[in-house]
Structure formats: C-alpha cells, structure tokens
Ligand binder design. Structure first.
Ligand SMILES: Nc1nc2c(ncn2[C@@H]2O[C@H](COP(=O)(O)OP(=O)(O)OP(=O)(O)O)[C@@H](O)[C@H]2O)c(=O)[nH]1
Ligand SMILES: [Mg+2]
Length: 296
C-alpha cells in the first residue's frame, strides 16, 4: 500500500479548496470568491489505485499564504508551514487566470528551499476561464522552478484531475491506510456546521465584512423525534457589523440560515433546526485569545 499526506498550498483564492473537493468528489472544505476563505487545515481523504495496489492520499487543505496583517493572518500562515513540514507531497496551486505574481514566487522559493522539489506537483488551475495562450505561458514560466510535475486543470469542471491523481500515486511512499476506505474527511460535525454557515455568509456579505466574520457551533443536540438542533454563533468585530449580518428585519440572517439548514439536512439526512446568534467580539482578528474564543 502507498499512502501519505499531501499539503495543498498556494495564494488565497487560487482554488485549493475547490481542488480538494473535486479530487475527493465531495465537499470537504468551503469555498468562496473571497480570498482567505479557508482558516483551518482540513483533511480530505482520497483513495486511489486498484485493489492489487491501493493508495491513500490524505489531502490537507490550507489557508492561502499571504502577507499577514493581523494575529489571525500569522496564525493561518503558521498552520500552512506546519502542514508543509509534515507533508510527503505538495500540490502547489496557481491561478491560470492571473499572472504569476510575487506571492506565488515567495511560495515557490519556500518549497524549493525545503528540498525534494520533485515531490511538488504544480497545479495550474482555472483553465476553463483562462485563454489557452495564458495557460501555456504560465506553464512555461512555472517550469523554471524545477518541480516534479506541472498539470493544467479545472478544479471546477474536473478537467485534468485524473492526471493529478496519477502524479500523486507515483509519489506516495509506502505506508498504511490512515483512514477507513469510506472516510471522506476528519472534520467534526460541529466544525462542518459552523463552516457551512460561514460559507453562506461569505456568499452574501460584501466588502471587508467577510474577513470580520467567524462562526462557532455552540450546540448540536439529537432530539427524540430524530431531528437535530444546531446552534451557532456568528461573531463580528464591531457593533456596526452586527446589523449588516442580521439584515433589515432579520432578512440576511434568515436567508443564510435557510441555505445552511438545507445543506445540513442533506448531510445529516434528518430535519434540522438551526438557531443563529450574532455577537460582537471586538477586533477579534488582532488578539490571539479572542481568535481562540471565536473557534479558531
Ligand atoms: N472558473 C473556475 N473557478 C474556480 C476554479 N477553481 C476554483 N474556482 C473559484 O475560485 C474561487 C476561489 O476558490 P477556493 O477553492 O475557495 O480558493 P482557495 O484557494 O481555497 O481560497 P482560500 O481558502 O481563500 O485560500 C471560488 O469562487 C471558486 O469557485 C476553476 O477551476 N475554474
Ligand atoms: Mg480555501
């Protein structure tokens, strides 16, 4: 058996979480068009190979590496570096729809600095929206880094994902099965529930607000009638943000609640009663103790 840990890294918003969801074939990690959506490392389990030569890749989703401006940013970057330190292989994701920039180069240099460049697979994502010439130019430019493989993909349509799997299997070391064959993720239900609420908020909130929002599940109760009651707290940084999240007459929170509840009912296969509360945890991104208090 071959198995190993695969760190999925790259700048914010390049499509790391979408890639993991596409490879695993299930939603493991939330995604949004906002940069810095992922805030915690989440594992997606990918079983590969055939029965005579099985393989298991534990894909680790990571926050987008960026120049930190807050204690939260520093914490997120450190989580990426820790994941990299434990990884057997790396999927380094680039956005084909944007030029390779200083953020990508910094990550490439760090990966090259670790040695074992052949264990890094460069994934040039979003080829569905990038002109062919740009994809070719990206591949050409990235090739100067001397990593193990370069694969153009669309995480969204699934184009090229089979090649990523092939390149991964070839690089996994011999090892045990870390998770049972039917496991998809290591994420506990309460974390998944909170992330689902945050994803729906990210889809609706504008400007800087998405960065100020954190969600923590405060209760999950199985009821006698087979339904679930889930209670979650939405944290914001300032009083003025509270009203925006709640919306006129509670409209925003209600819509977010309905969207999240439907996804929860689908996942848990039972009726769900979702209670959402909004609280202010002043400037939480800037203080380590407050970051912990909001569940991160
Ligand atoms: N067209 C297109 N859009 C994509 C593709 N992959 C991801 N996206 C979109 O790009 C945006 C960012 O995707 P994410 O998967 O959240 O990106 P990420 O790298 O995980 O971002 P962070 O967690 O913020 O670091 C979302 O709007 C995705 O739908 C793709 O292959 N094609
Ligand atoms: Mg992400």
């Amino acid at each position: 058996m071959r198995s190993g840990f695969v760190a999925v890294v790259g700048r914010p918003n390049v499509g790391k979480s979408t890639l993991i969801n596409g490879l695993v074939g299930r939603k493991v990690s939330i995604t949004s068009r906002r940069p810095q959506t992922t805030r915690m490392t989440t594992r997606g389990i990918l079983n590969l190979g055939d029965p005579s030569a099985p393989a298991q890749a534990v894909l680790v989703d990571t926050p987008g590496l960026h120049r930190p401006r807050t204690a939260l940013g520093e914490k997120l970057n450190s989580a990426v570096y820790r994941t990299l330190a434990d990884a057997d292989c790396v999927l380094f994701v680039l956005d084909a729809a944007a030029k390779i920039g200083p953020g990508d180069r910094r990550i490439a240099e760090r990966l090259l600095g670790r040695g074992a460049g052949d264990m890094v697979i460069v994934v040039v994502n979003k080829v569905d929206i990038a002109p062919k010439a740009r994809v070719a130019e990206q591949l050409r430019e990235a090739a100067c880094w001397d990593f193990g493989a370069y694969v153009p993909v669309s995480a969204l349509t699934g184009d090229g994902l089979d090649r990523v799997e092939g390149e991964l299997v070839a690089r996994l070391p011999e090892g045990p099965s870390y998770y049972p064959p039917d496991a998809v993720t290591d994420q506990p239900d309460e974390v998944w529930a909170a992330e689902t609420v945050r994803e729906k908020l990210l889809g609706r909130l504008r400007d800087e607000l998405p960065h100020s929002v954190a969600v923590k599940t405060s209760a999950i109760e199985k009821r006698k009638d087979g339904s679930l009651r889930i209670e979650a707290v939405v944290y914001v940084e300032r009083d003025s943000q509270k009203g925006i999240v709640i919306g006129a007459g509670g409209s925003m929170l209600r819509r977010v609640g309905v969207e999240a509840r439907l996804e929860m009912e689908d996942r848990f296969s039972c009726p769900v009663f979702l209670d959402l509360w909004v609280k202010v945890e002043k400037d939480w991104q800037r203080f380590p103790d407050r970051i912990e208090r909001v569940g991160l």
